[in-house]
Design a protein around this ligand. Structure first.
Ligand code: ATP
Length: 275
């Protein structure tokens, strides 16, 4: 992938129906931990939304519930524009990128990206074109035959992104995907994700506890308070596009980062009903 960031910002329309809508979602784990409390949120088509909050505030829990990887204790998740499958889940609509690349070491890069299509019963030969297109998108077209052990941390994360994109999801959910990477690789992947978001017309929900990452990437930042997690501040981000090296060194970015940092501090000091 090229490191140049997007040329312009795709417009997220407020007249459209949300891709996903969470209403009064709470989550209490079986050990009694109240991770989320009354979280309400609409994600609109074309948005790049960051969920920003302190460690342990429930960001991953919220994302997993949105992805149907976990159940809400109370509240609802709706997918107003998606076809719902027999299990009540949005069919083919979600791509999920975990904190770790979670690749199968015994399979090649190609085999790892094939996995979600294999699970849908599609043959390898029929999937080849889509897999190669996904690998090209993340700049790994030449690495289809490589094994994970031959790749750097950033390349493994690219494979993980290709695996999420190969089903052509309506929404890409990313759970702090670059937290374990060095700063230069992280910045490069930030630029690449922005490019993908722009070129593929994706809707992205991105979990992070980095103020700087959220400020750089987002068209909207949801700031969550300390556990139990809920929306404390919902900030549309009006900073100009493109987001690139020029933006990174701009006064606009510094001012935005200060504003987001203040919002995070405010959210952390809201009294959480730790339970
Ligand atoms: N399966 C589980 N069982 C019990 N408690 C859990 C479980 N998963 C998460 N928790 C707890 O729920 C709270 C929220 O966790 P979560 O991982 O969603 O937070 P987070 O904001 O994503 O944290 P981080 O930024 O550190 O990844 C934490 O107190 C965590 O210990």
């Amino acid at each position: 992938m090229s490191s140049a960031a997007v040329a312009e910002r795709p417009a997220a329309s407020t007249r459209q129906r949300p891709v996903v809508s969470a209403r009064n979602v709470s989550k209490r784990f079986s050990n009694g931990t109240l991770a989320l409390s009354d979280m309400t949120l609409d994600i609109m088509p074309g948005e790049f939304v960051s969920l920003l909050g302190p460690s342990g505030c429930g960001k991953s829990t919220a994302l997993r519930i949105i992805a149907s990887l976990g159940e809400a204790t109370t509240g609802t998740i709706d997918w107003p524009t998606s076809r719902i499958d027999s299990r009540g889940k949005p069919a083919s609509s979600i791509g999920f990128v975990f904190q770790e690349p979670t690749l199968m070491p015994w399979r090649t890069v190609f085999g790892n990206v094939y996995l979600p299509l294999r699970l849908k019963g599609q043959s390898k030969s029929a999937s080849r074109e889509r897999i190669m297109a996904a690998l090209e998108t993340v700049g790994l077209g030449d690495f289809a035959k490589a094994y994970p052990r031959e790749l750097s941390g950033g390349m493994k994360m690219r494979v993980s992104i290709a695996r999420a994109l190969v089903t052509e999801p309506a929404i890409l959910l990313m759970d702090e995907p670059f937290g374990a990477l060095d700063e230069i690789t992280r910045q490069k992947l930030n630029d690449d994700v922005l490019r993908l978001w722009h070129e593929a017309g994706l809707t992205v929900v991105f979990v992070t506890h980095s103020v700087y990452e959220a400020a750089y990437l987002s068209s909207r930042i949801i700031v969550m308070g300390s556990r139990p997690g809920r929306v404390v501040t919902d900030m549309p981000i009006d900073s100009p596009w493109p987001r690139d090296e020029g933006f990174r060194s701009s006064e606009d970015y510094a001012a935005l980062s200060r504003k987001v940092s203040d919002a995070l501090q405010h959210a952390i000091h809201q009294t959480g009903e730790a339970a």
